[in-house]
Every structure is written in C-alpha cells, then in structure tokens.
Write a protein that binds this ligand. Sequence first.
Ligand code: PGA
Length: 249
Amino acid sequence: MTTFCILNWKSYPASADDIRPLCGVLASWREVVSSGTIIICPPTTLIDDTQACKKEDARLASVVVGAQYLDADAKTGGLTPAMLRASGATAALIGHSDRRTQSGETNADVRAAWQQAVAHDILPIVCVGQHAPDASFAELREQVCGAFEGASATDIAQCVIAYEPVWAISTTPGARVEEPQDIVRAIQVIRETLQGAQPHAVLYGGSVTGATVGSVLGSGVVDGVLVGRASASPESLKELLDALTPFFS
Ligand code: PGA
C-alpha cells in the first residue's frame, strides 16, 4: 500500500504568489522522496496556478492536484466533476466537516458526489468524523452508513476515507491531534461499519504537523494523513515533509 499525504491548503493561500513557495518546498522534497501519493488540494481559484507550478517543475510530475469539494449537480458556486476534470484535477475532498457544517452537505450529498467522482475518474476522498468524543461513535457510524448506503465492495474500493474528528481540526478552538489509541478505535469502527469492504485507503486528519505525524502513522492503522494548516506555510510544510520521509521509503 502506498502512503498518502493530502495537503489541504484550505483558503490560506490567496494568490499564485502564495503557492509558489509551497510548491518549491514540495519539489525539493520530491527530489529525494519520490514514492507514495501526494495530493494537493488548493483553493478552487488556484487549481490552474497549481497545475502550472506542476508543469514547470518535473520534480512535481507525480503530484496529484485535487479540489477541496465537489458537487454532484450544477448550482451557483458549484464545482462539478466535469468542471474539475477540465481543470486537470483528478481527486477531490468530499464531505469535509467545514462543508457539512457551513454548506449543509448531507450524507446523501456526499454519496452523490463520490458516485459522480468515480464516474468521472476522480479519486474521492470522503471525509467523516464526529463533532465530539463519543464512546458509541454513533455519529461516525451514521456518516459512514449514510455515505456508502447501497455501495458495493467494488465501489468502496475506489474511495479513500479520511477520518477527521471535528474537535481535532485546527480551526476548532483548543484543537489537538487525537491520541493514537483513539485513532485505532475510530478506524476499527469505520472498518466494522463497512462490513469487510476495503476502501482504497484510510487516512487521519486533524492538527497533524511535523511534530505529530510520526505518532499518527505509528498507530499502524492508517495509510496516510490529511493535513490542513501545517501544509499551508513553507516552514511548517517542510517540517511535515521531513517528518514524513521515513514513512515514504
Ligand atoms: P488541520 O486540517 O490539519 O488544519 O487540522 C485538517 C482538515 O481540516 O482537513
């Protein structure tokens, strides 16, 4: 299994000038670490500029450019799979908690979006995660069931699932990375809920940094990480990538 690192730049970079240094740090790292799967999810307005950085630097050739969301249907402000494909992007976050909370995305929206993504040959990265610690994991189970209702094992094998507990996401006040044993339990719950179907990969996201990525991947139950804030400044991105190096050999 390849190791994944998703760089979710959120809306931190505002212009092409902001992303060039990030691409430079990534290119230097890719010069020495060329294995694994790196997916950049820039702001929608910077997808073309990210593609341009990739074209200009051969060291970034294997890096995938994706989107931070995807809509199954056309709507004002929407981003459909056809639009995304036309931009050259081939992956998308779907059902990120920001979108579920702020844009009212439902499990049915998430389901329709990943189905459309697969139909357009876009890798869906389906995000799930409960709002508060809960020993029963009721919300997590409900999200996984809702997102994959009616899905076959073949469908699920085409999706990456990113487990992101909302309280651990860095924009939540007091956020901190979840403890490895709690990550292990949550991933067990996701796998139980999928009843034996194997996703393409299972990732963890939420306050991952260069200082914490070792303990997350050391939990042994995830295939990679989804990183927001720490991926969006050249200094913290370099720290993150340096800490990831042993996991990409
Ligand atoms: P964070 O974001 O790494 O800034 O916590 C993760 C995410 O929201 O995808």
